[in-house]
Design a protein around this ligand. Structure first.
Ligand code: GTR
Length: 411
């Protein structure tokens, strides 16, 4: 954080609600040409596609072409994992193009006595072996961010980090509630660094291309793509109910779960845990992290066209509540943390509120009020929201609420 505090843009970070600029909230139900949308039919035929294309070409970037799973391999399977509670599978998906191969491994824990399990699907930050103490989980050989407290040096994952992130994954609670958990190390799909020669991007370049075009995918869209392809696999796995897959993600991976949920309607529900700027939070509020800061620090996350709006949020014809609206009528959960002001909890809440009008078209309820709930007092509807005590993290409290909401609206 020392280097961060040196940046002039960061020193201007606004945490004062009275300094949020006044701005017009772009109407999800008004087309760019000024036509009011009143029916589901018009929403789906006109407005949803035009909003989707805006986010695709100017925010996350489009995927240059379809690339399906070439083959998959069940690397390992055990019917007595988690003290006999779960079936564990480690499944490797393999993709081929341009003479290159990309492989990533899905770790699955499925409730044992369930014929077809609904699953939560979400990426992890430091490898599948970090989410559990389970010794049988393979350690990825993909590039990883160094992390002193997890013993990650030279961008290499080792045994030292096994189980270091169990606090973020309530595996037993998930299993006991009758859900499966599927997780993938995001670095296997695209290493999280400003380098476009690696990861999935490199398989889809045209001749002589070595960087995505300005409207082509950054890393978030690449990670989202990886979630979508995982659903392709789920459709072939008899132990999984592929019509009940919930996309989950925290922080940058929450931005990812949102975009995955927007791109692919097969996701039956979507969870954004503390996704913040470029995720659930409204950009025009300029509270906490801003577009200029995120695009400067993480130039590879969004498409290059998004830079147009750095310190120029007023020019954006959309805002992130319209991204959330693209998930309608499917269940959506937006969660914030009180000490995570960087992610702008109020901006995440308002986004869920302003997206709700599209849910109304489908006769679904969401965040009806503009008044933020108190901490640890969740609002549960098709669109749900909570702000919990504590910091930028995923906690058992978060999972307990996701499970309750999934039981009521997804299962
Ligand atoms: C931060 C970034 C946030 C969020 C977070 C994370 O550094 O500014 O937008 O994505 O990383 O992913 O943990």
């Amino acid at each position: 954080f020392f280097i961060l505090s040196m940046s002039p843009l960061l020193s201007q970070t606004n945490y004062d609600e009275s300094k949020v600029p006044s701005f017009e909230v772009p109407d999800p139900l008004m087309t760019f040409k000024g036509k009011k949308i009143k029916t589901v039919k018009k929403w789906e035929k006109t407005r949803r596609p035009e909003l989707f294309h805006f986010f695709e070409n100017n925010v996350y970037g489009k995927i240059p072409k379809t690339l399906k799973i070439d083959s998959y391999t069940i690397l390992e399977q055990d019917d007595n994992a988690f003290n006999g509670k779960a079936k564990r599978k480690q499944v490797e998906l393999s993709f081929k193009n341009n003479g290159k191969t990309l492989r990533y491994t899905i770790l699955l824990y499925l409730p044992k006595n369930k014929v077809k399990a609904p699953v939560f699907l979400g990426y992890n930050f430091y490898g599948n072996h970090t989410i559990t103490e389970d010794k049988a989980v393979f350690i990825s050989s993909a590039w990883a961010n160094n992390n002193e407290s997890f013993g990650i040096e030279n961008n290499t994952l080792t045994e030292v980090s096994r189980g270091k992130r169990t606090n973020r994954w309530a595996v037993e609670k998930i299993l006991d509630a009758g859900y499966g958990l599927a997780t993938i190390y995001y670095g296997e799909v695209d290493p999280d660094k400003n380098d476009f020669t690696d990861g999935i991007h490199s398989l889809l370049y045209q001749q002589d291309q070595n960087h995505p075009k300005p409207d082509e995918w950054g890393s978030i869209a690449a990670w989202s793509w990886g979630m979508v392809r995982a659903v392709d696999y789920f459709e072939k796995d008899p132990d999984i109910d592929a019509s009940k897959v919930i996309a989950f993600g925290h922080s940058r991976l929450g931005k990812t779960s949102l975009w995955a949920g927007v791109m692919d309607k097969r996701f039956a529900g979507v969870i954004s845990n503390d996704s913040g700027c470029g995720g659930a939070a409204m950009s025009k509020r300029k509270f906490g992290e801003t577009l200029a800061v995120i695009n400067d620090r993480f130039p590879h996350w969004f498409c290059d066209n998004f830079n147009e709006y750095n310190e120029n949020e007023e020019a954006l014809p959309v805002d992130q509540h319209q991204l959330l609206a693209l998930i309608a009528p499917r269940p959506l959960y937006v969660a914030s943390a009180q000490e995570d002001q960087w992610a702008d909890p109020r901006g995440e809440f308002l986004s869920a509120h302003y997206a709700t009008q599209v849910y109304h078209l489908y006769d679904k309820e969401g965040i009806e009020t503009m008044e933020m709930p108190k901490v640890n007092e969740p609002i549960h509807n098709t669109v749900s929201y909570h702000i919990r005590t504590g910091k930028h993290d995923v906690t058992d409290y978060d999972w307990e609420n996701y499970i309750k909401w999934a039981n009521a609206y997804v299962k």
